[in-house]
Each structure stands twice: as C-alpha cells, then as structure tokens.
Design a protein around this ligand. Structure first.
Ligand code: MG
Length: 376
C-alpha cells in the first residue's frame, strides 16, 4: 500500500472511485422513503506502527484504517475498519463498500439494529472490515443514545473483562528480546512464528522471560508431521496454545494434527463468521474471533454463542487497530477465555482513547456507548 497522504484525503472524501462506480446495495429489509437513519461520514487515517510489524505473511510500518461516523438526533457513533490483505481487503475496497451502504444506513431505522446488521452483512461478499465499521458505529450510537456502556447493554460484568496478551512480531533475536523487556507490564505474551527461524526466536524468548507464551503461526507450517514435531518441542517451552498452525484450507491435516497435539490448537484464519464454526469443531480446540473478520459486534456475539454450544474455547483477537475497535472488543471480553486485544498498543499515533490495560487486564470505560473519546 503506497498511497500519498493527498490520495488518501481524496479517498476519504469519496472522490477516489467516482460516484458512478459505487454500487447500490441489495437491500433485504424494507426502508421508508424518508430518511429515518443517520448521516454517515467516512475517513481514512494513517496509523504509524511503533515497530515494523512482521508476521509469517508480510511486513508493514504503517496501516491505513477506515473510520465511520454515524450521526442521528444529535448523537454520534464511531466505528473502525482495519482492512486486511489476507481477506482481499484494502482501504479503497473498504471505503467503496461503506459508500455502497450509505443509502441503506441513511434510510434504515437504527433501533431495528438486528435487521440492519443482517442487511449490512448482505451488502457484498467478504469486505468484513467495512461491515464491522458500520455495525460498530450503529451499536455505539444505540448505546450512547440509551446512555449506557455497551457491556451494560449486554448484561455483562466489567470486572470480568479478560486479561490480554501482548503480541511480539517476527524480528531479530535482539529486537525480540528488547520488545519482551518493553512488554514487562503484560503477564502473557503472544509470539509470532511460522517462518524458518522458529527455533532462533523461541530461544531468544526463553533467554529473557519465563512468562506464559502463546504462539501464532499464521498458517506458516505446511507439513503436518513437521508441525507435530514443532508443537511437541513448544510443549517443552511452556507454551499455552498454538494458533492457526497450518493453512486454513488444510483442514484435514489440522484435524490429524489436533488428534496428536499435546497443546490446544486455535483457529484464526480458518474462521470468520458463525456459520464457519460447526465444520471446524473437529479440527480445533478453540477459535479466535475478531470483529474485523466477523463483520462486527453482532456477528461476533453470534459466534460466541455458537462456539460455546460446540464446547470450543474462545479467544478474542484483533488486527492493528486504534482504541475504537479495541474498545469495542474489550466490551465483549467478559464472554471469552483468552483476549489478545493489543492492536492499539502497537501504534504510536492512536487518534482515540477508550479501553485501557491495568495489570495485564482490560479496563472497560464506564462512559455510554463504547466509551471512546477523541476527534473523528
Ligand atoms: Mg492469528
């Protein structure tokens, strides 16, 4: 993604595609002719990473996330999209998807947010980050209008907010050790593996810390026998679980691996929405739910109930996100087993504030809505 600042300002203003390229949504709910919904505004912002972020797949220094502002009756709701190339998303495709839903959002009654949420999900195939931003803005607006925090709206206890891990991207052993020392306040670390330097990285990790470590392979291991040997070796290094060891398409190989693995195996790239879960239940011990994959808070909640009914463990993860999306995730964290909501801690210019972390545990803002503060 090499766009100049100017191009992104143009993109934010909706001028990047030309209005004739904007496709109108196939609406599945009736909407009145008059506007009963809110006005939306879309903005692309550059988020600078504290350190170059490298995982098995790719490497980046900045991220361009897309923000949605939904306003109606003097109340504002904010949502965020973190487009991910793994899911064929770019800032451009995200803005285009949001623009294609403008008509829907400006006409639909937000109080019928369940129907509206389903209609947003049906706009287009994929592009879940864009859908997430819209759903999040509407749910923030709903709970700000009601004057209650989102966790209260869901009937959750803010004192049960999850403990979050802190992620360490792939780097040289020296830099990894520095990052681990900088992550002193966090009691659990998530280490990115999946290239040919796994042993070197884990040696560097265990030289400087005996904290609980989770590892994320990001689909990096392609051979099941080799994957099993690596997991048996990781078991000796006090690793808690292994996330997405093999490519999502290698489901049968993952099932084979899980039958033999001494550590739990958690799906990430293999699962996006609730209807994906039943087919995965025989191959994984848990799933990593991310708002950007699910298409928002409402689908993430459906995923939580589905996973629980199938006896799966639940992790709540994130992309590189500002405090907007991280706070949204934090509000539903009392429902999950493991949280990895550190995306906002990896950027140096977070435009917003919201949920924080104290003693490794997420602290939910008590303000109405998602409790986000900052200028859109
Ligand atoms: Mg992952």
């Amino acid at each position: 993604m090499n766009y100049t600042r100017k191009e992104f300002i143009a993109l934010s203003a909706g001028g990047f595609f030309g209005m004739n390229m904007v496709t109108r949504p196939r609406r599945s709910i009736p909407v009145s002719r008059a506007r009963s919904g809110g006005a939306i505004d879309v903005k692309v912002r550059e988020l600078k990473l504290v350190n170059t972020w490298t995982i098995a797949r790719n490497s980046s220094d900045v991220k361009y996330n897309v923000f949605v502002r939904y306003e109606k009756d003097g109340v504002i709701g904010i949502g965020e999209a973190a487009p991910n190339v793994r899911y064929d998303e770019t800032p451009e495709s995200t803005v285009e998807t949001i623009e294609s839903a403008r008509d829907l959002l400006e006409k639909a009654d937000p109080w019928q947010f369940v129907d509206l949420g389903y209609a947003i999900q049906e706009i287009t195939e994929g592009q879940t980050a864009a859908k997430c931003a819209m759903d999040m803005a509407v749910m923030d607006w709903i709970t700000r209008s009601l004057g209650v925090p989102f966790y209260t709206f869901l009937g959750l206890n803010r004192n049960k907010a999850a403990r979050t891990s802190f992620s360490i991207g792939i780097d040289t052993p020296e830099v990894i050790q520095k990052k681990i020392r900088d992550a002193e306040p966090y009691s659990v670390l998530k280490i990115k593996l999946g290239r040919d330097d796994d042993e070197e990285i884990m040696r560097a990790v265990r030289e400087v810390t005996d904290k609980t470590v989770r590892v994320d392979i990001n689909e990096g291991w392609k051979d099941k026998q080799e994957a099993l040997e690596k997991i048996e070796w990781l078991k000796t290094l006090n690793v808690e679980f292994v996330e997405q060891p093999m490519p999502s398409v290698m489901l049968e190989e993952t099932r084979w691996l899980r039958e033999r693995s001494p550590l739990p195996i958690v799906a990430d790239e293999a699962v996006k929405k609730a209807s994906d879960i039943p087919a995965l239940a025989h191959a994984f011990d848990g799933i990593n739910i991310k708002l950007m994959k699910s298409g928002g808070l409402q689908e993430a909640l459906r995923m939580i109930w589905m996973a629980r009914s199938l006896g799966l463990k639940i992790m709540l993860g994130c992309m590189i996100e500002s405090s907007v999306a991280i706070s949204a995730g934090a509000h539903i964290s009392p429902l999950v087993d493991w949280a990895d909501l550190d995306g906002n801690l990896l950027i140096s210019n977070d435009p917003f504030s919201g949920a924080t972390v104290r003693n490794s545990t997420l602290v939910l803002p008590e303000r109405p809505g998602l409790g986000i503060q900052g200028t859109f």
